[in-house]
Design a protein around this ligand. Structure first.
Ligand SMILES: Nc1ncnc2c1ncn2[C@@H]1O[C@H](COP(=O)(O)OP(=O)(O)OP(=O)(O)O)[C@@H](O)[C@H]1O
Ligand SMILES: [Mg+2]
Length: 334
């Protein structure tokens, strides 16, 4: 199937000031290349701070990448003028974890939802019709349209944010931890709503979460991120049943009840061990010498000299299968 999005070697560096005012950069995204199929759903997992949101914002050009290319439906976003980019941005929406920061507390929900439609010069009668349709589709009565955000529960607010994203007729939505702020019972409702909307509007999703169970339920492909890189990518079922990267195995083993289900049961106690002082020192020493070690080396029970002297690339591990499985791993030891 055709790709909606192709990311080629995306790097995002945040500039900051070090001690004494020296300029230094922090690489939040360190060379990611992935593709997302039209109407596909790509799950991005990884621990807090590994760069998931930074990567998503780069894809949408909300905060353009420091280098690399985003090709959206055949068009390279970096080559567009501001005006052209604005046109493309409508097709890409993002829903964040916290609906409170997404909704203006001083605006009733009808006005919040109208903004994008007014920008697009949609006539008033059509605006009203569209807002009514979308609110009802996400399970909010149109009779609530004059209410303010504080009059809704967290789950209702997230429904409104999702409806508002849909006013732009997007074909791609990034869902950045869309349910992590909600009660467990409400989470399931929002997840079901998102699945229904995906079918209804033939949407393409990037779903970001810490929760590997949730991502494997929602997504056809999963990318596991560690320190700004994708360390493993595979169709969801394969990633969960046959995880190969030591970090993915650690993530799966940390899910309660996940080890039996996940193929991570053959992990030794050693593999679960956290960073030891000796490996940390060895890896920092190499870094200081300018050698790019595997970013997982200092946490990894399998690491050896090879892992210190060069960073592994993400590569196919299909092993000559006639039909490629799409399983990719960035590890010298796999
Ligand atoms: N605007 C910014 N300026 C400087 N550093 C930033 C900025 N945004 C993010 N970072 C840094 O980049 C790294 C990656 O942050 P990011 O928010 O992308 O991680 P994340 O994987 O989304 O984490 P979480 O799961 O907690 O949301 C972090 O170390 C963060 O401090
Ligand atoms: Mg984030």
């Amino acid at each position: 199937m055709e790709n909606l999005i192709e990311c080629k070697d995306i790097v995002k560096i945040f500039r900051g000031r070090g001690i004494g005012g020296a300029s230094r950069g922090f690489k939040a995204v360190d060379g990611i290349s992935i593709s997302i199929k039209k109407t596909g759903s790509y799950g991005l997992v990884g621990e807090s701070g590994c760069g998931k949101t930074s990567f998503a914002r780069s894809i949408l050009y909300l905060d353009p990448p420091s280098s690399g290319k985003i090709i959206y439906d055949g068009t390279e976003l970096g080559a567009l003028s501001r005006k052209e980019l604005r046109g493309f941005r409508k097709r890409m929406q993002i829903v964040f974890q916290d609906p409170n920061s997404a909704l203006n507390p001083k605006m009733n929900i009808h006005d919040s939802m109208s903004e994008g439609l007014i920008n697009r010069k949609v006539p008033e009668a059509d605006r009203v019709k569209r807002i009514k349709e979308l609110l009802e589709l996400v399970g909010i009565s149109y009779s609530y349209r004059n209410r303010y955000p504080h009059e809704f529960s967290g789950g209702q607010k997230q429904r409104i944010v999702i409806a508002r994203a849909l006013t732009m007729d997007p074909d791609f939505i990034v869902l950045d931890e869309p349910v992590s702020n909600l009660d467990v019972s409400i989470q399931a409702q929002i997840i079901n709503l998102l699945s229904d909307l995906k079918k209804e509007f033939s949407l393409t999703y990037m779903f970001i979460s810490h929760d590997l169970n949730l991502v494997s339920y929602m997504c056809d492909t999963i990318g596991v991120m560690f320190k700004g890189r994708i360390v493993e990518e595979a169709p969801s079922e394969l990633l969960v049943s046959d995880p190969r990267h030591p970090y993915t195995r650690r993530l799966l083993a940390s899910i309660p009840g996940g080890a039996q289900r996940s193929g991570a049961e053959d992990m030794t106690a050693d593999e679960e061990s956290v960073e030891t002082l000796a490996t940390r020192v060895a890896s920092r020493h190499k870094e200081a010498q300018g050698v790019k070690a595997c970013p997982y080396y200092s946490f990894c029970p399998l690491g050896d000299g090879e892992c210190v002297s060069s960073a592994p690339m993400l590569r196919d591990i299909d092993g000559g299968h006639v039909v490629p499985s799409g399983h990719k791993v960035s590890c010298h030891k796999v």
